[in-house]
Design a protein around this ligand. Structure first.
Ligand code: NDP
Length: 284
């Protein structure tokens, strides 16, 4: 029941805190040592060096801003400190860097489990929390109970880049979707409609489940017939959105960018096809 957590931003603090609450012997290290203070008062041990942090536990959880921070930290310790460690790298970055980090750690005798955490810090340790994982299945199984203190395990496969890829796809959808909400609310505010007033409509509009379940099988089958929607209809609709936005005095760069994608779809000959044909336009 030993675990080391390196990186004590809001996420690392939530993780180390969940281990302390779960009765683990928790060793923590952070570039800015003061961020460990509260955890230390709760029973965590502050490592005096990266080497001490790595050698304290077989399972080492990394929660850092990016993989450059991982190298900056791990290179402070002699390479021997990594031998035999399982590094649960729950740092977000890009798939290729996750693959390179797995190879880098393997050269030093450690195994990387890659993770992409799907929830914010307050949800860590609750039943709804999930993390995409990839990497060696046996390493994940060996540490299943410790990993499940943090979140459930959504295992994707052996490729160390896969968890990061799924994470980035989800975050892509999250940021563009959330930006859509913020933009729409800016138009609402400019017209005197408060966020609270519009909230019930926003919730209904942002619930894409029906569309996802309708479109996904068609995208998978490469079926883009315009029987229920057409790209040219989308162009007309987005032009109305852009005009309404500008008339409200609001920055129209977001809907204008979406309009541009739709126009490219029409230019590519998909005017009478379904919106799903835009997947092919974007892939080009
Ligand atoms: P923060 O950016 O707040 O944490 C950054 C951590 O990285 C801190 O420990 C910081 O140390 C360390 N760090 C940054 N630069 C360096 C460096 N050059 N050398 C050494 N250490 C460095 O992020 P969070 O805690 O919010 O998130 C951690 C990870 O979890 C990220 O990859 C994030 O994408 C992911 N995540 C976060 C979520 C969230 O809602 N917060 C949700 C899902 C995933 P110091 O304290 O000294 O600055």
């Amino acid at each position: 029941m030993n675990v080391t957590v390196i990186g004590l931003g809001p996420m690392g603090q939530a993780m180390a805190g969940a281990y302390v609450s779960g009765g683990y012997e928790v060793t923590v290290w952070n570039r800015t040592p003061a961020k460990a203070d509260e955890l230390v008062t709760r029973g965590a041990k502050r490592a005096g060096s990266v080497e001490e942090a790595l050698t304290a536990s077989e399972l080492v959880v990394l929660s850092l801003i990016d993989y450059d921070a991982m190298y900056a930290i791990l290179e402070q310790a002699p390479a021997t400190a990594l031998v035999g460690r399982t590094v649960a790298n729950l740092t977000s970055d890009i798939p290729d860097r996750a693959r390179r980090a797995a190879a880098w750690l393997a050269e030093r005798g450690a195994v990387q489990i890659t993770g992409g955490v799907q929830v914010p810090p307050p949800v860590i340790g609750t039943p709804e929390a999930m993390t995409y994982y990839s990497g060696p299945k046996d390493a994940i199984e060996a540490h299943r109970s410790a990993l499940e203190v943090l979140t459930g395990i959504d295992y994707l496969g052996e490729d160390p880049g896969l968890a990061v890829l799924y994470y980035q796809i989800g975050i892509d959808m999250f940021w563009t979707g959330l930006a859509g909400y913020l933009h729409g609310q800016a138009v609402a505010e400019a017209n005197g409609i408060s966020a609270e007033q519009f909230l019930p409509n926003a919730i209904k509009t942002m619930d894409f489940r029906y569309f996802l379940e309708f479109y996904a099988p068609r995208i998978a089958a490469g079926r883009h017939e315009g029987d229920v929607d057409r790209v040219s209809m989308g162009v007309a609709s987005l032009e109305h959105v852009v005009h309404t936005t500008r008339a409200s005095g609001v920055d129209s760069s977001l809907p204008a960018a979406v309009l541009e994608v739709f126009r490219r779809g029409v230019a590519a000959g998909h005017g009478q096809d379904s919106l799903t044909s835009l997947v092919d336009v974007l892939k080009r």
